[in-house]
Design a protein around this ligand. Structure first.
Ligand code: ADP
Ligand code: MG
Length: 252
């Protein structure tokens, strides 16, 4: 079962072609990592996939349901708001900068979306949130506010918040880039645990050995195109393209 399919995605900002004919597909339980230099279009691709940006061209399909479809001229049109609202329930996004509501407690950050958007019963949502907080090692922090937490703790709250919506697929955009190196490991561990539970994920990361260990498939992007993709050991340990070799060389 394909959870996500993106076919021939194109995206411009003015004259700047940021995504050029990008296709990717993610099956249930798969972890796909996207690597590449700054400015290569990784965040824009995740933002198109999560409906924070509109594609100019291409198809976007969740679990067989079209969010956007290309016409004969390669121009995308999106389905109506009601259908998009349903599709948005299928995915979660974890940002580089946590994006927690600063004036909400940890508990409220996690429970507000399932209650307001998911229209789910409060008691059930709170009970599930406590299970998620325990899993993230944050049981003591449910009444804390984001500013009282370390970056690593804030990021674990934002992962719990995404999981509280019971997504079919989770996107991560450089989830450790805003963290001090000693806090990076705790977030990578959480993501590895989710992978072991067969959570379907798309992860933009600069952590190369993590990407190799956790992923089923790796995509290397540069200049808005997919330069190389394949099995993790192949792309990371034995890249074929010069641009991939040059990029990976920076991490050695
Ligand atoms: P990455 O995440 O790989 O660093 P981005 O997707 O953030 O790359 O950016 C790709 C290109 O798109 C860059 O040239 C960037 O300046 C441009 N870009 C991204 N977002 C916008 C925007 N909202 N408006 C204009 N240009 C943008
Ligand atoms: Mg980015």
């Amino acid at each position: 079962m394909k959870v996500l399919e993106i076919n021939h995605c194109n995206k411009k900002f003015g004259d700047n072609e940021v995504l050029k004919d990008i296709s990717l597909s993610v099956s249930e339980g798969q972890v796909v990592s996207i690597i590449g230099p700054s400015g290569s279009g990784k965040s824009t691709l995740l933002r198109c996939a999560t409906l924070l940006e509109t594609m100019d061209g291409g198809d976007l399909i969740y679990l067989g349901n079209y969010a956007a479809k290309s016409d004969d001229n390669g121009v995308s049109s999106y389905v109506d708001e009601n259908k998009l609202r349903e599709i948005k329930k299928h995915f979660g996004l974890v940002f580089q900068n946590f994006n927690l509501f600063p004036h909400y407690s940890v508990m409220k950050n996690i429970t507000e979306p399932p209650i307001l958007i998911g229209k789910r019963p409060k008691e059930e949502v709170f009970a599930e949130a406590r299970v998620l907080l325990a899993k993230m090692g944050l049981s003591e922090k449910e009444d804390a506010y984001p500013h009282q937490l370390s970056g690593g703790q804030q990021q674990r709250v934002s992962i719990a918040r995404a999981l509280a919506m019971k997504p079919k697929i989770l996107f991560f955009d450089e989830p450790t880039s805003a963290l001090d190196p000693e806090l990076t490991g705790e977030i990578l561990k959480v993501i590895k645990d989710l992978a072991a539970e067969h959570m379907t994920m798309v992860i933009v990361t600069h952590e190369m050995s993590f990407a190799r260990d956790v992923s089923n498939h790796i995509i290397f992007m540069d200049g808005g195109v997919i330069v190389e993709e394949g099995a993790p050991e192949e792309v990371i340990n034995n890249p074929k393209q010069e641009r991939t070799k040059a990029f990976l060389g920076r991490f050695q």
